[in-house]
Design a protein around this ligand. Structure first.
Ligand SMILES: C[S@@+](CC[C@H](N)C(=O)[O-])C[C@H]1O[C@@H](n2cnc3c(N)ncnc32)[C@H](O)[C@@H]1O
Length: 261
């Protein structure tokens, strides 16, 4: 990735006040900022870290976006899982290279992208989405991020409970939907022994209902937590927490598939 920028790839421009702009490079095109225009051609062919200046003298540094930058800027149909939770979901659900993951709902595709990266080309992600417009947005986001729909991903329109009718077995089940307790009983049949479930829920009422339902569906070793990220403002004269933070996103609940009764 140390190669110079090429037309077609994404660039993240960062100004002197750390404001960011994300867009795709096109030969001959112009990008409009609050501080004047700049030519895409000023970035194409140059290395990361290159400084570019708008017609009105604003200086930006050009980098390839990180996955976290892309998630925060990508178009949303449904609310995305924030980067602060994506990492813990992948680690605590133990999504490893080669794993077979069943996911729902696809939503805007942020978690789907994280799962595809974690399982790698040897793994598999089957992702279900009920709403057509969300699936269309997720397809566009996944394609925009990877440049194509990755081979390890299959996106399906429909209810995740439909997976119970198939022959395919999964090592991990990742649910970001309002009523994850509903499909549990049916999906247990397509989960390998020892499989890990991770459910992501915004309210304590949902967490309570899920945790009470899990043992009844044969899951055990149940754990719930949330992840708090507090930014810090660090300058020469002051070191203190940021005034603002995202105070709440969602709770992670994890469980393992227990032995057959
Ligand atoms: C909060 S969004 C998921 C966001 C996604 N994790 C992301 O990071 O972009 C929840 C999605 O679940 C879908 N959904 C709800 N119940 C479902 C079900 N039983 N099967 C499949 N999708 C479902 C909804 O239509 C919605 O798009």
């Amino acid at each position: 990735m140390s190669a110079p920028f090429e037309a077609g790839e994404k660039v993240l421009l960062i100004d002197q006040r750390d404001r960011t702009h994300l867009f795709s490079l096109r030969a001959g095109a112009t990008y409009h900022t609050h501080a004047g225009t700049l030519a895409h051609d000023d970035v194409i062919g140059r290395p990361e870290g290159t400084r570019v200046t708008t017609a009105r003298g604003m200086v930006f540094a050009a980098f390839r976006p990180r996955f976290a930058d892309f998630v925060l800027k990508m178009p949303r149909g449904a609310q995305v899982v924030y980067p602060k939770d994506l990492g813990p979901i992948v680690v605590y659900a133990d999504v490893y290279p080669g794993a077979r993951v069943l996911e729902a709902g696809t939503g805007s595709g942020a978690l789907t992208i994280a799962l595809c990266r974690a399982v790698g080309e040897q793994g598999r992600v089957v992702s279900y989405e009920l709403r057509e417009e969300h699936l269309a947005q997720a397809l566009a986001n996944v394609e925009s991020f990877f440049g194509k729909i990755p081979d390890q991903l299959e996106m399906r329109a429909g209810d995740v409970t439909d997976a119970a009718a198939g022959e395919e077995r999964f090592d991990r089940l990742v649910l970001d939907l309002a009523e994850p307790w509903a499909p549990l009983g049916a999906l247990r049949a397509v989960l390998e022994p020892g499989a890990v479930l991770c459910a992501y829920l915004p309210t304590t009422i949902q967490v309570h209902q899920l945790v009470l339902a899990l043992p009844r569906s044969g899951f055990l070793h149940i754990e719930t937590f949330e992840v708090l990220k507090r930014g810090w403002h660090v300058t020469e004269r002051s070191v203190r927490p940021d005034h603002r933070m995202i105070g709440h996103t969602g709770f992670l609940t994890l469980a393992r598939v227990g032995p057959e009764d």
